[in-house]
Design a protein around this ligand. Structure first.
Ligand code: SF4
Ligand code: F3S
Length: 106
């Protein structure tokens, strides 16, 4: 499966969702996740993300490994998103912030 990681938090550009052939993205208040039960590992979403938040599970950086189970957990409660929409208002500011896990809203 593919995994959305920290750089998406408070950005949520949503360019990724338009290209997913199986509508695997789920939306929270300020972050998206990929449902591992739906993702078919096509990788087309990866280059769409302006902040490079999406990785193949085996390529998730060591300091982001917790995002793999987090995607699975939140995918069970969040609703699908299938169309691109405007990014969050301060997305361009937050796109350069490195350590922002504490900003994640559930
Ligand atoms: Fe969707 Fe393909 Fe990305 Fe999986 S890898 S979330 S199937 S676009
Ligand atoms: Fe997030 Fe990147 Fe998609 S910021 S919403 S993973 S385009």
């Amino acid at each position: 499966t593919f995994v959305v990681t920290e750089s998406c938090i408070r950005c949520k550009y949503t360019d990724c969702v338009d290209v997913c052939p199986v509508d695997a993205f789920r939306e929270g208040p300020n972050f998206l996740v990929i449902d591992p039960d739906d993702c078919i590992d096509c990788a087309v979403c990866v280059p769409e993300c302006p902040v490079s938040a999406i990785y193949a599970e085996e390529d998730v950086p060591n300091d982001q490994r917790d995002f793999t189970p987090l995607n699975a957990e939140l995918a069970r409660v969040w609703k699908p998103i299938t169309r691109t929409k405007p990014a969050l208002p301060d997305a361009d500011t937050w796109s350069t912030v490195q350590d922002k896990r504490d900003q994640l809203e559930r």
